[in-house]
Write a protein that binds this ligand. Sequence first.
Ligand SMILES: [Fe+2]
Ligand SMILES: [Fe+2]
Length: 294
Amino acid sequence: MAATSASLQELVDSLARKARADYYNPYTRFDWPPALPADAWWMSPEFLSVHGTSLVEDEVLLKSLARYETVNFFSLNIHGIRELIVEVALRIHTPRFAAFSDFLHHFLGEENEHMWFFAEFCNRYHGKIYPALPSFPAKASFGVNWKDVIVFGRIVIFEEIVDYYNKRIGADGRLPAVVRELHSAHHHDESRHVAFGKRFVKHLYDNAVAADDQGGARADVENYLKSYMSYSVASLYSARAYRDAGIARTTDIRRSALAHPARQQFHLATMARVNNFFVNNGIFETKWAGVDGS
Ligand SMILES: [Fe+2]
Ligand SMILES: [Fe+2]
């Protein structure tokens, strides 16, 4: 593997120092009220999956959906990050990752704590976590260096989507305090992960190209990551959340919402930063164009 650049090493060392300085006890950090008001917005209405579509217009129903889409969003966090931390744990002390293991220990520790507080929310206020969706398939055909790109590329995509929500919802005064605080605490931690993740994906990509330029692999990696972007966006449209909220014709509503032009704009806005990152660094030849247009 190519040597780690001095600037990447400096970044990783400084993020590890910052993680130590910012460390907090997640088990005592939050105040968990016995119940949350059902008539409050649990999710900013602008972040509901039907926003801008006119498919659901009754405010009582929208507030109900805000409760269940919060449970869905936190459940997706729990399942998504669990799958990805397994991959990080498999690599953390291998020679390819040794130079980054200090920061990766913080990453794993923080992600474990995020899983805990999101699960605590779902269990306290909904009685359960939503079940995991069928996993996005791993691709066995990629060589070891390209698999590294895939794993950390997926982490960056996942964290960018979540952070788009966390940053904005965490600042919304209409929401119960504990909901806001979970979003904003997560945003604070993820700012380190996102800073690391992008630089690290670029590093892994350069290594994969240098070590193993299989020609077609680059196009396959681009297609794979774009499919993961579509899968991730689609997972925010939960038929279970619609049903629990009391919305009729859940399958039709889900299909119509996902394909609605207003939602396509939202998807592109959510993905704008990570889309630019992939294109500007030569990892994508073209931008991801949306759930149906990729
Ligand atoms: Fe996290
Ligand atoms: Fe993270």
